[in-house]
Design a protein around this ligand. Structure first.
Ligand code: BG6
Length: 611
């Protein structure tokens, strides 16, 4: 998944495709390709496992590929390593059908079996090649491109923005969309398509947002939209008045805000990648139920926010599966001569898959013959390649240096491992297993609701933006949430803050609490709530300025708090996914209130691939 561009009109297509794809480079990608219908009516496909510049050089800036209709793609690998074979466009055997795709086809395995039984063979590891051949299959069946796109839309499960060229339909492009953005722009007798506004903003500001389960036939200067009943639908165009920079952020002021708002979709995609027919299946990542049963102790090593996921994971795994978990920052783990039992598992968590300390921790364990599992966001990254097994978060490219959506996706994978581990080892019964899975599936919608009620946080952020010291306190998983909330505030606003186990505050650090010190209490673990509330009352008695994050119905701390934010009730194991949202928003709004570069905080890098 990543960037899509298409064009049909009077100009040569290839330069327009390359230009459009270059406007999508900011999204991150690992390979690229274009397909153009040449003067003899054949589709020429050129791809590279590398940067767009390589592709442009191969095509002499596009001049080497003649034709006025084409599609292009920059790939951010989700299925299958970054490689030329896996790069898009994908095609059927005679290249009469060529396609590019953004999204994740969840039932690609079943579809591949179906197509194989019909005689199809496959040259790549991608879900997109399967999707393309499914379109080809239906086109051969119905001999009608719209019918083929409708059948495709009804048959696949998952998310897709699909653009297809059929040799029998010169200078036309057919598109279909579900959950993965796709837009159409028309100016004069030229028609453009793209996955994101920046790609075509230079040519037109009048665009059509393709809605879910819509299909379109794009001709020069004309687009005909259909629903899955093949009825023509009329759509209103939208005038885009963003500048290019705003367009890259999808209209949000910063990538961080955009990525926070992508969390519902990212969490849903990550859940759907591993929950099939009501059961958790981690075997594709190499973590079979047999293996889960045999695990002795678990060790977790990671850095930054990924480490905070490990802290939360410790509480959840030990609570549900009764498996001992030790979690450590990777930079400590790698040098402390760690002790492993014979069936121990090391889990490393990393968005980039390139963090030097985390990679070193992985190698340290592998060097001792310890089984390793990576929870990672980037396919083909060093950590993904070197771990014995890898579970991929489906966060997509994360641009903002401070992670939000990748953190949330990592939490989801941690929960899935914990629940499946508990179930296969019999520490939870079938009823609780089903219930926990059902609760996990409420998280995307709950996150969306929390993201939408940020007015109070905007107000509170301006009130606290000049604070010098902030303390986040909580117990159990609430402490893990405090760690992430505190790091977000530090990273984004440069305000000094500390996360403290609430019960530990009285052993020294409470001496720092004075009039107007901001203390943010996280109280979602109701079995510990009374004690956490007492700790907040203790600091309030010493002049602290309190903000609380707690669950609906727990009003015990509202009186003492300048702001109390409530999250919906959910199994206490999963509250980190919800409680972190107001803390992310608060950090973001404080950073904005302080006029800071929220997406690129000083001194920080998105990935620290060196020690
Ligand atoms: C830091 C990032 O540099 O590295 C954090 O700013 C991140 O957001 C941490 O959590 C670990 O990075 P990764 O890629 O291993 O998750």
């Amino acid at each position: 998944m990543c960037g899509i561009v298409g064009y049909t009109g009077k100009q040569q297509a290839a330069p327009i495709l390359l230009d459009g794809l270059s406007k999508l480079e900011y999204r991150g990608y690992d390979s690229a390709g274009v397909a153009v219908r040449n003067s003899s009516g054949k589709h020429e496909v050129v791809k590279t496992n590398g940067r767009l510049g390589v592709l442009s050089d191969m095509l002499d800036g596009g001049k080497a590929l003649k034709g006025v209709c084409g599609i292009g793609h920059t790939r951010w690998a989700t299925h299958g390593m970054p490689s030329e074979a896996n790069a898009h466009p994908h095609f059927n055997d005679d290249r009469s059908v060529v396609a590019v795709h953004n999204g994740i086809i969840e039932n690609y395995g079943a579809l591949k079996d179906k197509l194989t039984s019909k005689g199809y063979t496959f040259y790549s590891e991608t879900d997109t090649e399967i999707a393309t051949k499914l379109v080809d299959y239906y086109y051969k069946k119905w001999n009608d491109p719209i019918e083929a796109m409708v059948s495709f839309s009804l048959r696949v499960r998952g998310s897709y923005a699909m653009a297809v060229m059929f040799e029998d339909y010169p200078e036309e492009i057919f598109i279909a969309r579900k959950d993965s953005p796709l837009i159409v722009g028309i100016t004069g007798d030229e028609t453009f398509l793209a996955s994101d506004v920046p790609a075509i903003l230079k040519y037109t500001r009048n665009i059509y947002y393709v809605d879910n389960m819509e299909i379109a036939r794009l001709e020069k200067g004309k687009a005909t939209f259909y629903n899955v009943d093949k009825k023509v639908i009329t759509k209103k165009s939208v005038k885009i008045d963003w500048d290019v920079e705003a367009a890259e952020k999808g209209g949000y002021a910063h990538f961080m805000l955009k990525e926070m708002h992508e969390q519902p979709e990212v969490v849903a995609n990550t859940l759907n990648a591993f929950i099939k027919n009501g059961k958790i299946n981690l075997s594709e990542g190499g973590l079979t139920d047999e293996h889960l049963k045999s695990i002795g102790n678990i060790q977790i090593a990671a850095c930054g926010s990924a480490y905070h996921v490990g802290v939360a994971a410790k509480y959840v795994i030990e609570d549900l599966a009764r498996v001992p978990v030790n979690v450590d920052v990777a930079s400590e783990f790698r040098y402390r001569n760690p002790i492993f039992g014979s069936n121990d598992l090391l889990i490393v968590i990393s968005q980039s898959g390139e963090t030097a300390d985390t990679l070193a921790a992985l190698r340290e364990a592998k060097g001792r013959g310890v089984k390793t599992l990576a929870v990672v966001n980037v396919l083909g990254s060093s950590i993904a390649r070197e771990a014995d097994a890898a579970l991929y978060t489906k966060a997509g490219p994360e641009i903002s240096v401070a992670t939000t959506k990748a953190y949330s996706a990592q939490l989801i994978v941690a929960y899935l491992v914990a629940v499946q581990l508990a179930f296969v080892r019999g520490t939870i019964d079938g009823e609780r297993y089903k219930n926990l899975i059902a609760q996990l599936q409420t998280i995307p919608a709950e996150i969306k609701k929390l993201l939408d009620c940020d007015e109070k946080l905007k107000w509170f952020a301006t009130k606290i933006s000049n604070k010098k010291d902030v303390f986040f306190i909580g117990r159990g998983i609430d402490y893990a949430i405090c760690l992430e909330g505190s790091l977000k505030l530090k990273e984004i606003s440069y305000i000094h803050s500390e996360a403290y186990a609430a019960g530990e505050l009285k052993h020294g650090t409470i001496s720092l609490i004075e009039d107007d010190t901001l203390v943010i209490g996280v109280v979602t673990q109701m079995q510990l709530a009374e004690k956490s509330v007492s700790n907040l009352i203790e600091v309030e008695a010493r002049g602290a300025y309190i903000m609380s994050v707690t669950v609906n119905g727990n009003y015990a701390i509202e009186k003492q708090s300048k702001l109390t934010l409530y999250i919906p009730n959910i199994d206490p194991c999963f509250t980190a996914s919800l409680a972190v949202i107001p803390l992310q928003l608060l950090s973001y709004y404080v950073g904005v209130a302080r006029g800071l570069d929220v997406d690129k905080p000083r001194n920080l890098a998105k990935c620290v691939a060196v020690e």
